[in-house]
Write a protein that binds this ligand. Structure first.
Ligand SMILES: Cc1cc2nc3c(=O)[nH]c(=O)nc-3n(C[C@H](O)[C@H](O)[C@H](O)COP(=O)(O)OP(=O)(O)OC[C@H]3O[C@@H](n4cnc5c(N)ncnc54)[C@H](O)[C@@H]3O)c2cc1C
Length: 482
């Protein structure tokens, strides 16, 4: 979008800030997604000089894409179940979400002229079901607060100590706390690839909000992982979350349990893209825990995807990693007991085809019937008990996740152990981390964006606190909102 294009000629004050001649505290936010923009808002509202750098020609591209699905901003469910969605990272995210949770997020959207509503599923959306109006209003407010935007700047890491080159002069690291704040050099020296070539930018503090590793064409490609590891930060491998999976099926006529990847060409041709409605799915993890969800999913070219599968993607993925393959059981008739189904299927079918028998007795038709034909052998259809059992628990062998790039979000990222409680990298004082690049995951339902906004706010406040402890903040710093 054009309104997020960078100013062609940064103003003199901004140029001076980058060059280090003006001692107004200068914070570099790298990554202009929801997390980075929220950090920029906090920092600018405290009177700091802030520039958002982004690799892309405009900010918020993934956020805009999320808007195509209606922009599920957050969820209205009760606090306990909401926090439970963050699984093993609940403890780390809880204080951030307490500080800026679903209600605060909705109030904040209202300050941008965006009203929200609770859908029938409890999910919260903007009334207009779009991201663009919110982003447009937000960017206008950030610009009015003095935030600058430098697009097409891809962060590459830190300039080597004392050896920086580029458009700004290198300065030595700030080891002298005896110096007046006004005399201290800017300690952060960031390397960027820009349209003008390699550039070094000096800042007093940095917020990294570089996103995860999916949908690389929107800017978040996970290429930051080696730079952070080289800086001494512990980073868990980025893995697909809320993703689809590939299946394998028994080889035709195979007796040794061999599997071949994907659906039969006939099934894929006929049913890919078709929704499997009102089903439930169950997976048992390596430690014996059973995860079951009801909902809707989709037949893909090579397997299965969609909301129901995304909701089970963490246990499916982790069991896959632990065991090499995992069985997903689909219940194609969740409203009927196995006994009732068997009794219905035992009824004489006379001259009717098996398809119409399945339809009339068990309500199974279309893609559900196709799936049974894909996965079962003739003997299964001839035995009502076996057929009922298959309808209630059709086993699908999952053999791979779809690639990270196709996933809705990423698991893995900067581990919380690498950070202090204000999201500052222990290995790089003055560098704060926010958003999807942190090591947490959550299902779809608005939990992703909520935690990105909340951690962006926490990182912004963390940077403020750190600067103020070094006497590098204006007096207003303590009153930063939202
Ligand atoms: C199709 C789709 C639909 C979604 N729908 C929803 C939804 O409805 N609700 C929900 O809660 N979540 C949704 N999400 C997830 C949500 O959009 C993300 O979790 C969220 O955008 C992450 O925010 P972030 O600020 O951490 O990172 P991002 O939004 O990914 O922003 C990171 C920014 O950093 C920039 N960047 C990356 N590397 C560099 C670098 N080296 N140098 C400079 N800049 C860099 C990128 O260009 C990007 O602008 C959806 C995701 C997808 C893919």
């Amino acid at each position: 979008m054009t309104d997020s294009d960078p100013p062609r000629n940064p103003g003199p004050a901004q140029a001076a800030a980058s060059a280090g001649s003006d001692r107004t505290p200068f914070v570099c936010v790298v990554g202009g997604g929801p997390a980075g923009l929220m950090a920029a808002e906090i920092l600018s509202s405290a009177g700091l000089r802030v520039t958002v750098f982004d690799a892309m020609p405009s900010v918020g591209r993934k956020f805009l894409l999320a808007g195509r699905g209606g922009l599920n901003l957050t969820h209205s469910e009760a606090r306990e179940s909401f926090l439970g969605r963050y699984g093993t990272r609940r403890a780390q995210l809880e204080p951030m979400i307490e500080a800026f949770g679903p209600d605060a997020l909705r109030d904040w959207a209202r300050t941008l002229g965006v009203e929200t509503f609770v859908g029938s599923s409890g999910r919260v959306f903007p009334v207009e079901m779009k991201a663009a109006p919110l982003l447009r209003a937000w960017l206008a407010r950030l610009r009015a607060a003095g935030v600058r935007f430098e697009m097409r700047h891809r962060w590459r890491g830190w300039a080597p100590a004392g050896g920086a080159t580029g458009s700004t002069q290198a300065q030595t690291a700030d080891t002298s706390t005896q110096l007046d704040a006004a005399q201290r050099p800017r300690v952060q020296q960031l390397l960027f690839d820009s349209p003008e070539g390699r550039r070094v930018v000096q800042a007093d503090a940095v917020v990294l909000a570089l996103g995860g590793g999916s949908w690389a064409k929107l800017g978040s490609d996970g290429a930051w992982v080696p730079a952070l590891r080289a800086a001494g930060a512990e980073v868990a491998e980025l893995l697909p979350a809320n993703c689809g999976f590939d299946i394998a099926r028994p080889a035709a006529g195979g007796s040794g349990g061999e599997l071949v990847p994907g659906w039969t060409p006939h099934f894929a041709e006929r049913f890919r893209g078709q929704p499997l409605k009102s089903v439930s799915a169950r997976v048992t993890t390596a430690d014996g825990a059973v995860h079951e969800r009801a909902g809707e999913c989709l037949i893909s070219e090579t397997g299965i995807e969609g909301g129901l599968i995304y909701a089970l993607s963490a246990p499916l993925r982790d069991t896959l990693i632990a065991q090499g393959a995992v069985t997903l059981h689909l219940d194609l008739a969740p409203g009927r007991s196995i006994e009732r189904l068997a009794a219905e299927l035992r009824r004489p079918r006379g001259s009717r085809s098996m398809s119409s028998h399945l339809h009339s007795q068990a309500g199974i038709k279309g893609v559900k019937a196709g799936l049974l034909r894909e996965c079962l052998v003739k003997a299964d259809f001839d035995d009502p008990e076996r057929l009922a059992a298959a309808i209630k628990g059709l086993p699908l062998t999952i053999v791979a996740t779809r690639p990270l790039d196709e996933a809705i979000s990423s698991a893995g990222g900067v581990r919380f152990e690498a950070l202090d409680r204000r999201l500052m990298l222990r290995a790089r004082p003055g560098v704060f981390v926010a958003g999807e690049m942190l090591d947490w995951e959550a299902p779809t339902g608005g939990y992703l964006l909520t935690a990105c906004f909340a951690s962006g706010l926490a990182a912004g406040r963390g940077a403020l606190h750190w600067l103020s402890a070094r006497s590098l903040t204006p007096a207003a710093a303590g009153t930063a909102s939202p």
